[in-house]
Write a protein that binds this ligand. Sequence first.
Ligand SMILES: N[C@@H](CCC(=O)N[C@@H](CS)C(=O)NCC(=O)O)C(=O)O
Length: 202
Amino acid sequence: MITLYHAPRSRSSRMIWLLEELGAPYAIRPVSIFRPMAGEGEPDPVNPHPDKLVPAIEHDGVVITESIAIALYLTDAFPSAGVGPLAGDPKRGPYLSWFGWYASHLEAAIFAQFAGELDRPDRRRNYDAVIRRLETALARGPYLLGESFSAADLIVGSAIGWARQAFPESPALDAYSERLKARPAAVRGVAKDEAEGVQRAA
Ligand SMILES: N[C@@H](CCC(=O)N[C@@H](CS)C(=O)NCC(=O)O)C(=O)O
């Protein structure tokens, strides 16, 4: 059994989606977090994350943190779902590369745009490269790895969905977001996330 430490409408929401894709046995343990945008919320002593962030998961007594580490850990642990190429598969390298790119470049581009920093040449260069990389990948295939969906789409796509206004107009990006949102596991994930939010507000 996997325990997901979760706060509604946060980076842990996509982990519900991932667990649904995997058909993995899991329980959601709601925790409170500090929400910097709203300036409210308290770190939860129950949360095993060393910095009291979400997501964190606990599996067989081991705590795993960081969205991309959790995604890799889970897709390796539940390979029969077929949403994470394993070592030996030629798609494994590109799969890992998309995760690294997400953490190093995509999040930086989003936050630079939100912070109004795109007049800085280094920020602009990264932002333009990010848009180019996404457009190129989506012109090739419906998913980042080509024909089939993977957890790299889930991580990258959830960030695009959350921060759509940070990106320029793009039919390809919109179609990609819609394709991902329509997945049955994503729909179930959203419903469970909403239910958690309602319970916490009650
Ligand atoms: N790189 C981390 C970021 C985690 C993160 O920043 N989570 C936010 C919620 S979206 C959080 O827990 N914030 C609480 C705080 O800032 O104290 C990951 O992707 O897992």
